[in-house]
Design a protein around this ligand. Structure first.
Ligand code: ADP
Ligand code: MN
Length: 283
């Protein structure tokens, strides 16, 4: 993720080049220099100078064969999302990295108060090898960009449907692959020593039940996707949710419950019947 300072320093030409690349990536795997020039109406020397800065900042990549082409990378996409959110007044500064998961990078940030910004990073690893890279690039579209944006949209939708009936972060805004939500000041359940684990388990199951009643199954629930803030559980990481009308809804809800029960059995020696818990959640 790009430093907040660079976002403030990003000049209007650089921003317009990033926007031209974002649009160009729908048609080209590597956007030709000529296309960038035509889209931005900037002189050749200006474009070259601005592109060299964007490359140095890790926002754009250059590929010289078979023609001079440029591609937006996550750093540039982060910048577009951040500048849009700061223009709307949602964010004023980006702070420290607070989490790095399988498919995201999460930062603390300043909005009206402290907030969390989650940048979705879908397809980063699967598209990173040179071979796969070349293959998808040749197809002339940009799966990581589209998948990451969809993932953010999906998570934001879930948070909006669930809050406040289910204990989830408050959804504040979404732009491109970024979701802005309330900052949860607490640790991951996995690393928290619970004083009243029975009560916490009940609280989690009640949240899972309330989500189910709102038509949503988390489907990646575990002790790693629950934060504990002032002894209250907050369920996070919702992009892979499915609707309760899904043909495998019961099995997927069962798997979420299994993960939670297994954790409480392992760490707190609490035994609960999974069928009873499942029927209570979906009943
Ligand atoms: P991933 O799909 O990458 O696992 P998560 O939503 O689980 O994404 O977020 C990764 C990490 O970022 C979490 O484990 C947590 O430490 C932190 N995090 C995510 N959302 C918040 C939030 N709203 N407040 C505080 N920390 C958060
Ligand atoms: Mn997670």
């Amino acid at each position: 993720v790009v430093a907040a300072e660079q976002i403030r320093n990003l000049n209007k030409y650089e921003r317009s080049i990033l926007l031209a690349l974002e649009r160009g990536m729908k048609r080209y795997s590597w956007v030709p220099l000529e296309h960038i020039r035509a889209a931005t109406k900037l002189s050749e020397s200006e474009v070259n100078y601005r592109l060299s800065r964007l490359i140095a900042w890790g926002m754009v990549r250059f590929n010289p064969v078979p023609y001079d082409g440029y591609a937006l990378v996550f750093g540039g996409y982060d910048t577009l999302a951040l500048t849009a959110l700061s223009q709307k007044g949602t964010l004023s500064a980006l702070g420290a990295l607070i989490g790095e998961g399988k498919e995201s990078v999460v930062h603390e940030a300043l909005g009206l108060g402290p907030v969390a910004v989650k940048f979705h990073r879908v397809g980063q690893r699967s598209f990173s090898s040179a071979r796969v890279n070349r293959e998808y690039m040749e197809e002339g579209h940009c799966p990581w960009l589209i998948a990451s944006k969809k993932s953010a949209e999906r998570e934001y939708l879930a948070l909006k449907r669930l809050h406040p009936a289910v204990s989830v972060p408050l959804p504040i805004a979404q732009n491109r692959h970024a979701v802005v939500m309330s900052l949860i000041e607490g640790g991951i359940l996995n690393r928290t020593a619970l004083e009243t684990p029975e009560k916490t388990l009940d609280e989690i199951l009640e949240n899972v039940r309330n989500a189910y009643r709102a038509g949503i199954i988390h489907s990646d629930l575990s002790e790693y996707n629950i934060l504990v803030e002032n002894r209250r559980c907050v369920l996070i990481d919702w992009p892979q949710w499915i609707g309760t009308a899904h043909p495998n809804a019961e099995a997927i809800a069962g798997r979420d419950i299994d993960n939670i029960l297994a954790f409480f059995r392992r760490k707190y020696k609490i035994r609960r019947d999974r069928e009873v818990a499942l029927q209570w959640v979906i009943g």
